[in-house]
Design a protein around this ligand. Structure first.
Ligand code: HEM
Length: 139
């Protein structure tokens, strides 16, 4: 029951964080073409004002719940080395932690990312993480 609850929390928090990245990259980026520079800056700032209230917290919850899920799922490393599942889960966890660290540094400490500054990069990472989360159990 605890596992299921944490897994649901993980899925919903990921849903909010990923949903923001999908909206920003696929839809909000397009309205730029229909607005003046000032209008676009103002619209985006308004949008981000609401995003900042929810999305960074969701990312932290996604990472914290992910660490718990990782702890339960990873298992013992066999003498013959890491299994395919452990390798893929390790990559997924690493990418998730990277996103989490990047988000926390940016939002709570005002430290802007050194690499891949746009929202396109986290968007691509989220797609990769979702893909890994689905194939890791099957390989
Ligand atoms: C923003 C980052 C993250 C995203 C987008 C994400 C996304 C997902 C998704 C979509 C699932 C599949 C759920 C399902 O099919 O039922 C999942 C499961 C999982 N995630 Fe994450 N995750 C993130 C961060 C993390 C982190 C940082 C870790 C570990 C350190 C982690 C560990 C896990 C584990 C172990 C599962 C498998 C749970 C299970 O199926 O029982 N995740 N994640």
């Amino acid at each position: 029951m605890i596992y299921l609850t944490i897994k649901l929390i993980h899925i919903f928090s990921v849903f909010i964080y990923g949903g923001f990245l999908f909206t920003d990259n696929l839809f909000l980026s397009k309205i730029k073409n229909h607005l003046t520079k000032e209008e676009h800056t103002k619209t985006r700032e308004l949008f981000m004002q609401y995003v900042r209230k929810v999305v960074p917290k969701s990312l932290i919850i996604a990472v914290a719940s992910g660490i718990y899920l990782f702890y339960i799922n990873f298992g013992i490393i066999d003498e013959s080395g890491l299994s395919n599942f452990q390798i893929l889960l390790g990559i997924k966890g690493f990418l998730g932690l990277w996103l989490g660290l990047r988000g926390v540094l940016q939002v709570f400490f005002g430290i802007q990312p050194l690499l891949f500054k746009s929202h396109l990069f986290p968007f691509i990472l989220v797609i990769a993480i979702i893909f890994l989360s689905q194939v890791m159990f099957g390989l």
